[in-house]
Write a protein that binds this ligand. Structure first.
Ligand code: C2E
Ligand code: CA
Ligand code: CA
Ligand code: CA
Length: 273
């Protein structure tokens, strides 16, 4: 079949711009996996009502000696596509669960730690057994663990995800929808999956003070989540006005640079331990 001029241009563009970049990133990630260039940071989450620390979101970092800091927004989609997320994801689970164990041992008793999970990990690994084996070995209470999946991840493989979710929920692990409201299936996902809570995406929080539509959408999301008995985290809070409005709307939990940036385990322990 012959290609249209536009298709030819697109094909050329893809050929020119992708292979060298992507090959490069793949080997940088391989190298990083071998030489421990990955680390985890933890961003604190606070109760809106009491302002107390309630937990952390675990976020991965990559610092290559040659290329410096590489953003997860750049390498996560890449490793999801080429399968490296499986090895990286396993490392992340192990590191985060070890750190969670240490947080609990050092006196941060009632905290939860949220782990970002990619749909590839659910499709291609036995994520349930892997996590539960570690959790049992480390004797971590399952209620301290939250798994975050984005809307896009949830629609990838709904049947398998529902099965895995169910198994986790029987064990008491919490399941959350990340970046809520940004996908095309937000409402039907709530019907299909029994989740514990939703995280309102930063893009709505950004405009909540200045943009009427964002304010209306946030209040509608919160009202709906409350009616459904779900918990609500607002993420990406950067100023006092945003915090105050989200609190008034009835969000349970606040996360954002205003309250705390993601920092290392040790730094969090110094601050909160
Ligand atoms: P996400 O899961 O939505 O994580 C929240 C992102 O927003 C984090 O960026 C966090 O540092 C940033 N953030 C939090 N509060 C604020 C704020 O007030 N202002 C601004 N400007 N940013 C804020 P980060 O760490 O760069 O991660 C980006 C994305 O990469 C994550 O978005 C997630 O999709 C992915 N990611 C990060 N760590 C992991 C991981 O361990 N596993 C997986 N599968 N994905 C991860
Ligand atoms: Ca997240
Ligand atoms: Ca998010
Ligand atoms: Ca996000």
């Amino acid at each position: 079949m012959s290609m249209s001029p536009a298709q030819v241009l697109l094909a050329e563009k893809t050929n020119i711009s992708t292979p060298s970049n992507l090959d490069n990133l793949t080997s940088i990630i391989d190298d990083a996996l071998q030489h421990q260039h990955f680390s985890m940071v933890y961003q604190p989450l606070f109760s809106m009502q009491t302002s107390k620390l309630v937990g952390f979101e675990a976020l991965v970092r990559c610092k290559s000696p040659q290329f410096g800091f590489i953003s997860p927004d750049k390498f996560i989609p890449h490793v999801e596509e080429n399968g490296q997320i499986i090895e990286l994801g396993n490392w992340i689970f192990q590191q985060v669960l070890l750190d969670l164990k240490r947080f609990l041992q050092y006196g941060l008793k009632d905290i939860t730690v949220s782990i970002n999970v990619s749909s590839v990990q659910i499709a291609k690994t036995n994520i349930f057994d892997e996590i539960m084996t570690l959790v049992n070995k480390l004797e971590i209470p399952t209620r301290c663990i939250k798994l975050e999946l984005t809307e896009t991840a949830l629609i990838q493989n709904p049947q398998k995800i529902a099965k895995v979710f169910n198994a986790f929920q029987i064990e008491g692990v919490q399941l959350w929808i990340d970046d809520f409201g940004t996908g095309f299936a937000s409402l039907s996902l709530l019907r299909e999956f029994k989740v514990d809570g939703v995280k309102i995406d930063k893009s709505f929080v950004d405009g909540i003070v200045t943009c009427n539509e964002d304010f209306t959408l946030c209040s509608a999301i919160v009202a709906m989540a409350q009616r459904l008995g779900l918990h609500i985290v607002a993420e990406g809070i950067e100023d006092e006005d945003q915090l105050q409005i989200l609190n008034q709307l009835g969000c349970d939990t606040a996360q954002g640079f205003l309250l705390g940036k993601p920092v290392s385990f040790e730094e969090n322990l110094r601050r909160w331990g």
